[in-house]
Design a binder for this molecule. Sequence first.
Ligand code: CA
Length: 418
Amino acid sequence: MPLTKSWIAAANDPTGPFPLNNLPYGVFSTEELPPRPGVAIGDMILDMEEAEAAGLIALTDDPLFDVPYWNELMEEGPAVWAALRERLTALLKDGAAEREKVEPLLVPMADAELHMPFMVCEYTDFYAGRHHATNVGTIFRGAENALPPNWLHIPIGYNGRASTVVVSGTDIVRPLGQTKAPDADAPSFGPCRRLDIELELGAIVGTGSDMGQPITLDQADAMIFGYVLLNDWSARDIQAWEYQPLGPFQAKAFATSISPWIVTKAALEPFRAPAPAREKPLLPYLQDTGPMFYDIELQVDMAPAEGEAKTIARTNARELYYSAAQQLTHHALCGCEMNPGDLLGSGTISGPEKDQRGSLLELTWSGKEPLHLSDGTARSFIEDGDTLTLKGWSQGDGYRVGFGDCAGTILPAPSFPK
Ligand code: CA
């Protein structure tokens, strides 16, 4: 599929993130406008509250865009999602008849502040990157026990915290916690000393399922509304002490950052990719029924407080072993009700090569092989003032479908009595 041309010049830039083929959904404000839904197009944002109030968008009897989140559209389901995309394309494409009505509703992206694009209902984090699972297993348990015996059969996950999912640009406070060094007799208390990132893709559930009712893989794929980049910030020293036998708790609960624009499943349709080879056959309910993976280029940049950003990893979402649809099917299998606004983290995405690893734990091999930043300083893990930025895009024929940055800067831990 080639570039669909827009009358907004910047949307036709072949390396820009927001062409007409993308149309991602966010929430923005300006000095004059309180937070409201917007659609990114080139270097502009279409004000959806105003577009609906002006009658340019009329999908439902009751307004969908008079609230600062996209959940109301999500709940309407795939037919309304498709109708909106078709209408937006008609309004913004080259030669659009209603251009003069749309022009006053565009806000320069440079003047806008971005907010959480949707209300996160609940957050579940999975572990679907095979290279990551193998690397972490090797570091924590040795090469012989790297991949847990269930890993090739189950999309492993844990129930995380929705309360601390934040939009890109939100500062992250270094967590306090309980840790125990391997050679120490007793645990100690203090700021996390092995603070890390996890490069993930977040899938957003658009329509829900009923308690007690499993869903098929095709139903699950149809329920997914879109995707964001997701950084599952991780406190490795806290994690190592607390994770057995119930998995991560404090080590992950302090913050999860997402990119500000929901890239819809429709925009990613041309970039669907087949499943990887299955070493062990999956049980029938998880067996692939079509291409439900995505070809998305991913990148991690790291910058010290005073210094330029440096790219420390590059990989691709095709490295995942389980799709978001497989994770959603598995999630609902027991009868767990899924709801609009549920967020599913993919698990850390690492490639087979050393510079394709999606966490510092892997990139520095648990701190043994430090990275060097642009200012010449070395890092085993993240220091206060460092900024980590995830980037992602799918490369089309003369255009890119971009996600926008997922960035966060680390602030010092709070003072707290010991
Ligand atoms: Ca994770």
